[in-house]
Design a binder for this molecule. Structure first.
Ligand code: V4E
Length: 224
C-alpha cells in the first residue's frame, strides 16, 4: 500500500516580547490550543537513536522520521541558515507507523498477532515491542500566519517551563525543500529572527533536564 506523506520543514527560534509584538502587528493569530504529548521508545532507545520520534497526541499516533537519502545541495552551495532548518517526514497512519516501528524493533516474525495493525484504542502493541513512555508534557500553542502561502508560525509554551517559536512549512513528500527553506528565511527576516545558533526544542530541553542518560546517548550518536 502507498501512503501519502507530509514533510515538515521547520526552523526553531527563541521568541521575546518584541517578536510577539511584531507577530501581532504583521501576522494573524489563526489558532490557540493545548495538547498533551507522550513520546515512546525502548529502554535501549532503538527509535530515537535513529532519529525516529513516536508520539501520541490528542489520541492519535504520529511518527516523525528523517528523510531517507535526502538529496541535499553541497554545503558550500547551501545558504548558511539552511542548517537551522530541520525536515522530517510526518506519518500519521497507524498501519504505516506500526510497520516502520516493527522494522526497527525486530519482532519475532512467528508472532502471528504482530501481523495485524492494532486499532487506535488498543495499546497492547507497545508492551509487545517493549515501548514505554519516556517523556510527556502539555503544550499551549498559538499559531500565526504572515500572509506568505503555506508558512505557519507557532509559539509554544510547555508546562515544564520551556518556550520556543517555530516557523514551519509543510510540503508533500518529494516537494521542494529549498523553496520551503526560502519561505522560512523570508518569514524569519520579517519577524526580526536572527542568529545562527540551533535553538533547543521542547524535547531537547526535556531530555536534558529529566532524562540525562537518554540525552547523552542521543548526543553521542549525533542525533541531537
Ligand atoms: C523531530 C524531533 C523531535 C520530535 C518533536 O519534534 P518537534 O518539531 O520539536 O515538536 P513539536 O511539538 O513542535 O511538533 P509539531 O507540532 O511541529 O509536529 S525531538 C527532536 N527532534 C529532532 C530535532 C533536531 N534534531 N533538531 C531540532 C532543531 N529540532 C528537532
Amino acid at each position: 500500500m502507498l501512503f501519502q506523506m507530509t514533510v515538515e520543514v521547520e526552523r526553531k527560534f527563541v521568541f521575546s516580547a518584541e517578536t510577539l509584538e511584531t507577530l501581532e502587528s504583521i501576522g494573524v493569530c489563526v489558532d490557540q490550543r493545548q495538547f498533551h504529548d507522550q513520546y515512546f521508545d525502548t529502554p535501549e532507545f532503538n527509535l530515537t537513536l535513529r532519529d525516529m520520534w513516536l508520539r501520541k497526541r490528542k489520541g492519535c499516533w504520529e511518527l516523525k522520521c528523517p528523510m531517507a537519502n535526502s538529496a541535499e545541495e553541497p554545503s558550500e552551495e547551501r545558504p548558511a541558515d539552511a542548517a537551522l532548518c530541520t525536515h522530517y517526514k510526518e506519518i500519521s497512519s497507524l498501519s504505516e507507523i506500526y510497520q516502520r516501528v516493527k522494522e526497527v524493533i525486530k519482532v519475532d516474525c512467528e508472532d502471528r498477532e504482530a501481523e495485524t495493525t492494532p486499532s487506535q484504542e488498543d495499546c497492547s502493541w507497545l508492551s509487545k515491542l517493549n515501548l514505554a513512555c519516556f517523556a510527556e508534557f502539555t503544550t499551549t500553542r498559538r499559531s500565526f500566519t504572515l500572509g506568505e502561502e503555506g508558512v505557519k508560525i507557532d509559539l509554544d509554551q510547555a508546562d515544564f517551563g520551556h518556550h520556543v517559536g517555530e516557523i514551519e512549512v509543510l510540503i508533500p513528500e518529494g516537494g521542494d525543500v529549498q523553496l520551503a527553506q526560502e519561505k522560512i528565511r523570508n518569514a524569519a527576516k520579517k519577524l526580526g529572527v536572527s542568529g545562527d545558533e540551533r535553538v533547543d526544542g521542547k524535547m531537547t530541553t526535556y531530555l536534558k533536564r529529566y532524562r540525562p542518560e537518554h540525552y547523552a546517548a542521543l548526543l553521542r550518536a549525533r542525533v541531537l
